[in-house]
Design a protein around this ligand. Structure first.
Ligand code: TRP
Length: 332
């Protein structure tokens, strides 16, 4: 049986946080380490332009993100890591896909609507509306069948499937029918308790945070406002620390739930218990990060190599697509 192709990516946001890890990255690593899958990982630097035109940090952010991917267990020898901007076939297939999806369909995309609301965008640029068509090109250039992402990305994968079917109906079977693969954890709540974990909101625990920093950040995090001191009964279901316990300390959540409700467990202790679990999970990542940070030239070479391999795959697919459309190179 042929290995299933996995394609996933992230916009280059620099150092990653634990939400990226449990939301997607951990899944990438698990699939990579299963012989039934064959991974490609893309740095979506063009997509980053949809909400931020300032590109002064994009290269550095891409390298930082690559370091986190590798530190978390992505093996670039097995799984090419590459920047979207360096593979021109993304632009080419995006143009064709722009003909296969209606403006109306793109306007109805819930992820776009959420971004417009959250970032208070007044005028939507054409490229932002077309975001899913570019993502479809990302996935389908590598014939991605399995797309491990967070829940917010499911609408994009759905549009990708529609575009693939539409192309295949018109021009012959070139593209697979990709499926999203969701992670074990729902989106992590930020340290401030009432928003998602996000770099721009400054409420994250980074994958690269040393143990003291993780403890300090958790110590400051909000808990159930009705539980003022140890002994007060708490409500785990409204507590963000409890939501972290469920993800990072699943063996103890039942006991923690009971002890929080009875008042036997205070918030300070509860926080340090989850901090210890998070730190256990981060320790090997931080260790591997050190080596990579010390040799950034090696990281750059890894990306250059990934780009060469990705380009070959992308061009082979593009040739098939152009041939299907009778827009291939002329023979004489
Ligand atoms: N839209 C994704 C995000 O914001 C990033 C992304 C771009 C992606 N292209 C992709 C994810 C292809 C999966 C597959 O996180």
């Amino acid at each position: 049986m042929n290995a299933k192709r996995v394609l996933s990516g992230m916009r280059p946001s620099g150092k990653l946080h634990i939400g990226h890890y449990v939301g997607a990255l951990q899944n990438w690593v698990a699939l990579q380490n299963d012989d039934g899958y064959d991974n490609y990982h893309l740095i979506a630097d063009y997509h980053a332009l949809t909400t931020n035109l300032d590109t002064s940090n994009v290269e550095e952010d891409s390298i930082e993100m690559t370091i986190d991917w590798i530190a978390a267990g992505i093996d670039p020898e097995k799984s090419p890591i590459f920047r979207q901007s360096q593979i021109k076939q993304h632009a080419e297939l995006y143009l064709i896909f722009g003909m296969l999806v209606t403006a109306n369909r793109l306007e109805r995309n819930p992820t776009l609507k959420d971004q417009i609301r959250d970032l208070n965008i007044k005028q939507v640029v054409f490229g932002h509306l077309g975001y899913p068509a570019l993502q479809a090109a990302d996935i389908l250039l590598y014939k991605g069948e399995c797309v491990p992402v967070g829940e917010d990305q499911v609408p994009h994968v759905e549009i990708t499937r529609e575009i693939a079917r539409r192309f295949n109906n018109h021009y012959g079977e070139v593209f697979p029918d990709p499926e999203p693969l969701l992670s074990r954890a729902p989106r992590l709540v930020g340290l401030d308790g009432d928003a998602k974990m996000s770099k721009s909101l400054n409420n994250t625990v980074l994958l690269s945070d040393p143990p003291e920093t993780v403890e300090k950040k958790l110590r400051k995090a909000k808990t159930d406002p009705q539980k003022v001191r140890k002994g007060d009964p708490g409500r785990p279901d409204v507590c963000l620390i409890y939501s972290y316990q469920k993800v990072f300390n699943s063996d103890e959540t039942e006991a923690i739930d009971a002890d929080c409700r009875s008042g036997a467990l205070g918030c300070a202790d509860c926080k340090m218990r989850v901090a210890a679990k998070i730190n256990d999970e981060l320790a090997p990542i931080i260790e591997r990060r050190k080596e990579l940070e010390a040799d950034r030239e090696k990281v750059r070479r890894i990306v250059i190599d990934g780009e060469a391999r990705a380009r070959e795959t992308a061009e082979a697919t593009m040739r098939e697509a152009r041939d299907g459309m009778k827009m291939g190179a002329l023979d004489v």
